[in-house]
Design a protein. Structure first.
Length: 256
């Protein structure tokens, strides 16, 4: 298996962290380069909407506003999630020619998630690819994932719950109208679970299964202003989020 470059980098704000995943995709799609595995974990909670999700349907907006929890929208597929402490985020940024199993959405989900499940077998041998793009243990979801495809490259990113409790997720996210069949309409508290592993150990084992050891020397800082702005435009509505994100753009422009 061809080696990946490793980027273990968490930026200061939620919008910057989300934007970097997409900046890495744009860079690889337009300029080529090595495939990348990135890890990050926000030190504050925030909600991320899927591209077609509506805050009124998925989010307890009042609770988010009361606790200053930003609500952002990503360009990749999937549903609404809560991210933050106790939730390890990872991203694979791959050329479409890297493996024939990246040819379409369904084969990509199966290829990547079966390998991710292999990594989690270190702690939970019963971890399986389930639903459309989940990893589950005994029918309870421990990882949600999504992808964004371009002409020459794709972004596959997801989260692994290792210390984020389901009651916290239920505080900010409503019961979803759309859900995988295996959920059986269970509430968050009965559907989600964590994996008993440290983030450092998770990163080490996941890097091993993807042969990602050499660090990525440079990341596309010049693309960050546009990438942040794209997220703000997609978010389209939450004034607290928009104000904080606009401040982030101003800082990024000053630093570029």
């Amino acid at each position: 298996m061809h080696a990946l470059r490793l980027l273990d980098l968490t930026l200061p704000s939620p919008v910057e962290n989300l934007a970097l995943d997409f900046a890495l995709l744009e860079e690889l799609d337009e300029c080529g380069g090595d495939p990348i595995l990135r890890f990050w974990e926000s030190d504050r909670h925030f909600v991320v909407l899927g591209p077609s999700c509506r805050p009124i349907d998925d989010v307890d907006v009042a609770a988010c506003e009361q606790n200053d929890v930003p609500v952002l929208r990503r360009a990749s597929g999937g549903g609404t999630v809560l991210q933050g402490p106790g939730c390890l985020s990872y991203a694979l940024v791959l050329p479409l020619t890297w493996d024939p199993r990246l040819a379409n959405i369904h084969s990509t989900n199966q290829f990547i998630l079966e390998r991710m499940a292999t990594a989690l077998h270190r702690w939970e041998p019963a971890t399986v690819f389930q639903g459309v793009s989940d990893l589950a243990i005994g029918g309870r979801k421990v990882s949600g994932n999504a992808q964004r495809r371009k002409r020459n490259a794709l972004l596959f990113h997801g989260t692994i719950l290792y210390a984020m409790e389901s009651d916290l997720i239920a505080r900010y996210l409503k019961h979803p109208a759309r859900q995988p069949e295996y959920r059986n309409d269970r509430p968050h508290e009965a559907f989600l679970r964590t994996i008993d592993a440290s983030p450092g150990d998770l990163k080490q084992v996941i890097a091993e299964v993807w042969n990602a050891h050499s660090p990525l020397a440079l990341w596309p800082e010049a693309r960050m202003v546009d990438s942040i702005r794209n997220i703000i435009e997609r978010t389209n509505g939450d004034s607290i989020t928009a104000r904080n994100a606009e401040n982030t753009i101003s800082v990024a422009e000053e630093e570029s």
